[in-house]
Design a binder for this molecule. Structure first.
Ligand code: UD1
Ligand code: UDP
Length: 377
């Protein structure tokens, strides 16, 4: 195998950031900013897992990020996790061989992170996993497979909280675990006032502060199952009628596709007080979340953001890898049974609405880059 060229010759301190999906771009944006502000030799690879403007280009525009130096385009619409991951692994490896960074940073649990992590590990580069140590213990989830695998091959595991540090250590990982907080706090702090000042999403949609509910669902184990997707539609419908609230649902392309495939389009379109939109830009979505009465979601990032913003969350899953949000009282794991979800939503809208943010003080990016660069050659 011909990997010794880079193994023996990485460029000291040169740092590669790998992005690839909407939440990956958002959570890596503070790290990209931190590297730029320190004038570190660095570059970004976009692995191409997300490519639609709403999930990708719009994020770069909203976050004021430069275009990534490298972008893979051969990943689009791969049907299986393996072939998607393989295409990204191959593409990322080629770029790493050309660029010869010393450090590679990936963030989270989507397939592109596993691809980036494997490419770095195989080339024996220093690998940092941002958002390490999260565990749902739900082995149905592709994200759980990815988290476990990435944690085990990383040199640095940047755990957002003490609980995630313990999870990683209980798994006997080989790398060094550093509790850094979550970069999502940095991202929210940097963008919330920009969002409040620039977004007109509430006026555009005729929404009053505190008088609507935000809904999102895209998780494979939910929307790829016809019965669960049908229950989710019932939840939306009953939220509008029984709780007398408009529901805003920026719909993910995976869910859009499944609605067509399962013949459920008409059912969702028939809900009168539902505002169904394309995915929103980050600034609009942040503003929408910040002023919502409650958020109903199966998203990981949205559980964190609603907690940081002081908005109660009802999680439409059987478990969460963000139990800190539940411990502080910001979130409840309700499953997808409509009766349960309606009951939990009624409880959560009563409050309390104040709790401590468990994900750090907004200096995660600083701490992560300090750690990586301190140990660089
Ligand atoms: C992926 C992540 C998930 C994360 C989510 C963030 C994995 C295993 N899943 O799920 O953890 O929560 O991203 O949003 O990595 N599509 C488009 N345009 C795009 C991207 C996808 O139309 O830009 C459609 C395609 O039909 C594709 C489907 O959405 O087949 C699913 O996309 P994929 O990237 O496989 O998974 P996500 O559901 O987005
Ligand atoms: N988000 C967004 N526009 C939307 C919905 C979500 O910008 O219409 C942002 C949201 O603020 C969060 C991230 O996307 O930071 C969450 O992405 P997603 O739910 O797709 O993935 P997950 O976090 O579950 O991996």
């Amino acid at each position: 195998m011909a990997d010794s060229k880079i193994v023996n010759d990485p460029i000291p301190s040169k740092t590669c950031v790998v992005v690839g999906t909407r939440p990956g771009i958002i959570k890596m944006s503070p790290l990209i900013g931190e590297l730029e502000s320190r004038d570190v030799d660095s570059f970004t690879i976009h692995a191409g897992q997300h490519y639609s403007y709403e999930l990708d280009g719009k994020m770069f525009d909203d976050l004021g990020l430069d275009k990534p130096k490298h972008r893979l385009s051969e990943v689009k619409n791969k049907e299986f996790h393996g072939e998607q991951t393989a295409a990204m692994l191959e593409g990322i490896e080629k770029i790493l061989l050309e660029e010869r960074p010393e450090n590679v940073l990936v963030c989270g649990d989507a397939n592109f992170n596993l691809a980036g992590a494997l490419a770095a590990r195989k080339l024996r580069l220093t690998l940092g996993h941002v958002e390490a140590g999260l565990r749902s213990d739900d082995w149905r989830m592709p994200e759980e497979h990815n988290r476990v695998m990435i944690d085990h091959i990383s040199d640095y595991l940047f755990a957002p909280t003490e609980g995630t540090r313990k999870n990683a250590e209980a798994d006997n990982v080989k790398g060094e675990v550093v509790v850094s907080g979550n970069t999502i706090v940095d991202a929210v702090q940097r963008n919330i006032s920009i969002a409040r000042n620039s977004s007109t999403v509430l006026e555009d949609r005729g929404l009053a502060e505190g008088e609507y509910i935000v809904f999102t669902a895209h998780r494979e184990e939910n929307v790829d199952d016809r019965k669960v997707l049908t229950d989710l539609i019932e939840i939306i419908e009953r939220t509008t009628t029984e709780l007398d609230r408009s529901v805003v649902y920026p719909i993910h392309p995976r869910t859009e596709k499944r609605l067509e495939q399962f013949g459920l389009r008409e059912e969702i379109d028939a809900i009168e007080e539902l505002i169904l939109t394309d995915p929103l830009g980050y600034l609009d979505f942040l503003h929408l979340m910040a002023e919502a009465e409650v958020v109903l979601t199966d998203s990981g990032g949205i559980q964190e953001e609603s907690c940081i913003l002081g908005v109660p969350c009802v999680t439409l899953r059987e478990n969460t890898e963000r139990p800190e949000t539940v411990s502080v009282g910001a979130n409840v794991v309700a499953g997808t049974d409509p009766d349960q979800v309606l009951t939990r939503t009624r409880e959560m809208r009563q409050g309390p609405h104040e709790w401590e943010n468990p994900f750090g003080d907004g200096t995660a990016a600083e701490q992560i880059i300090d750690t990586v660069l301190d140990d660089s050659q």
